[in-house]
Design a protein around this ligand. Sequence first.
Ligand code: GLU
Length: 609
Amino acid sequence: MPQARSNRRQEPQAPPLSPSRLSSILVALALVAGAFFPHPALAQQAADAVQPEVGGATAGVRAVSAQHEMVVTAHPEASKAGLAMLEKGGSAIDAMIAAQLVLGLVEPQSSGIGGGAFLLVHDGASGRLVTYDGRETAPMAASGDLFIGEDGEAMKFFDAVIGGRSVGTPGTVALLAAAHRKHGRLPWAELFEPAIELADKGFAVTERFNALVAANAESLARFEATRKYFLSEEGVPIFPGTVLRNPAYADTLRAIAKDGEKAFYSGPIAEDIVKTIQAAEGNPGLLSLDDLAAYQVKEREPVCFDYRDAKICGMGPPSSGALTIGQILGMVENRDMAALGADNPESWRLIGEASRLAFADRGRYMADSDFVDMPAGLLNRSYLAGRAKLLSGGSDGGPVLTQNDVQPGMPPDDRTLLYADDQALELPSTSHLAIVDRFGTVVSMTTTIENAYGSRLMVRGFLLNNELTDFSFVPEVAGRPVANRVEPGKRPRSSMAPTIVYRGGKPWLAIGSPGGSRIIGYVAKTLIAMIDWKMDIQQAVGLPHLVNRFGTYDVEEGTTAEALAPALSEYGYRVEAKNLNSGLHGIMIGENGLAGGADPRREGVALGN
Ligand code: GLU
C-alpha cells in the first residue's frame, strides 16, 4: 500500500515523471521557447518553468489564440464542456455553468457545488460590470468562539478543517442560478448535460488527481463516503488511468437540472447535507436546514482602481482580493517598473514591500463589510502615496522595511482604531475560470471549497467546503475585536481575486488564480508583467513566482526566481524556495482576437474558436 503522506501538505506535489515524458516535454518547450520568450532570464523561465507533472506536454506552453470565443479552465474536460455551450450559441455564463459542474467532478479537490465562488461578469449587451458574491455563510448558530477548543485556545488548523465545524452554507448553486437568470441564453437543464454524462460514463483519473488523493489519503479515509470514492478498501489511492464514475453526483445534478436551486437548498439533498455535517464524527458542525433555506447570493459593486492606462476591477468584501491588489499597485505606480524590468531585484523589493504593507492593512481592516465597518479610504490615492514613501529605503538597493515599519496604516476614515489584526490562515486549492463569448460578455470567476477536498465530507457525490476556517480563529486580541471574526450569517474573508481589466474603456483582460492568500501576489505580479513588462498572457502566467505576504520572501523553487534569492537576502529578507502552485487562467482581448493563457503548473487548457 502506498504510504499516505501527512494531510498537512496542501500544495500539490509532483507525481513521478517518467524520463521519456519529461524529454518530450522539454523538446516541445525548446521548440517554442525561442519564438515566444524574447525577454531575458525570468521571462525565458516563464517558458522553461513549465512544470510538466501537472499537465499534458503542450499545456500552458504558449498562448492559445482565437477569434470569437474562448474558455480557459483548470481541466480539459471543463474547458471542453464550456466551449460546447458557446458553440451552441450559449453565453459566457452558460459556458461557466457547464464548466463549473464538470470541475466539481474532475477537479473535486478544488471547487464544486458544495463550495462558494466570486463571479465578475462584463455584460456585452449593456457594457456593465456586475459582481456576484456566492461566498459561504456562517451558520446562524455559530459565534466568535466557533474555533476555540475546550482548553480555551484556538483549535489547530486541521482539527478545525476536517469534519462538520468548518462547513459554511454553500453558495455555488445559488450563484449559478442567479447568473443564469440574468445572463443565460441556453435552457438551464442543458448546461448540466456534459457533467451528468461524464459522471455516469466516468472520466480518466490523471496523475495529478492520484497524487493529490495520495497526499491527503489519511484525512480522506476518515469518512466513509469519501473513503469509498477516493480509496480502495485497503486505503490505496485511486490509480491514474482508472475510469472513475460518480453516479451519486449525476443524480444530484439531475435533481438540480430539473427543479433548480431549490432541489439543493431544501428537500432530500439539503437534509443529507445537514445530517452529514451534524453527524461528522469527532468534529460535528452547526449548519442547519434554515441556513440552507436562507442562503442569498449578493450582487455587489465592483472595486475598481486605475493603474497606468488600465482600469482594474475586482471583487470587493468579503474578498480582500481587489483591495489588496489595488494597494500594492497603487504603491508601486510612481516607480518606473517598466524600466526596472522583471529581472531586477529592485522590482521585487518594491513589489514585496508594497505587498507587506498591503497585507498589514488587510489583516487589520478587511472582512465582510455587511458586518464590520471597513475604512472607506483603503484605495485613497494620497493615502497610498503616503504609504509608498515607506518603500523609499531601498530604492538604491538599501535595506528593506523592518517588521516594526510594517504596520497597518490609518486610511482616511474614523473607524481605523476599532480592530485588532486577523489570525486567519489560508492554504491553496481552488480554481479560476476565464471565458469570453461572441456577444462580448466576459466572465472571470474564482471558485473554491477552500482547502484541498474541503472538510473531507462527501455527500451525494460532492465534497463540502471548509470555508469557515477562512475566519479568524480568535474573535479578539487584547480586548479589541478582530474584523474577520466569526459571526452568525457572516461570510469569511477571502483572498480570491477574479479580475477584469479595462483599457480604452473596453475589457482587455480576464484573470485570476487559486493559491490562498498568495492569490493576491500571483494576480498583482501578472498584471505588472502584462502592463509594465509587456509580456503576453502565457509568458505572464508562466513567469516564476516571487511572493511576499508577511516578510518572508517566497521564491518559486526550481525556477530562475531562485537566482534572485541572493540579492533579496542581501536586502535583508529571509528567502525561502517553495513549490508555489498557482493556477492563473486568463484571456486577453486584443483588437484582432483573443489570447488565452493556462497556468503550466496545473492541468488547465485554453480552448477557443
Ligand atoms: N479559501 C481561500 C479564499 O477564499 C481560497 C483558497 C485557495 O485559493 O486555495 O481566499
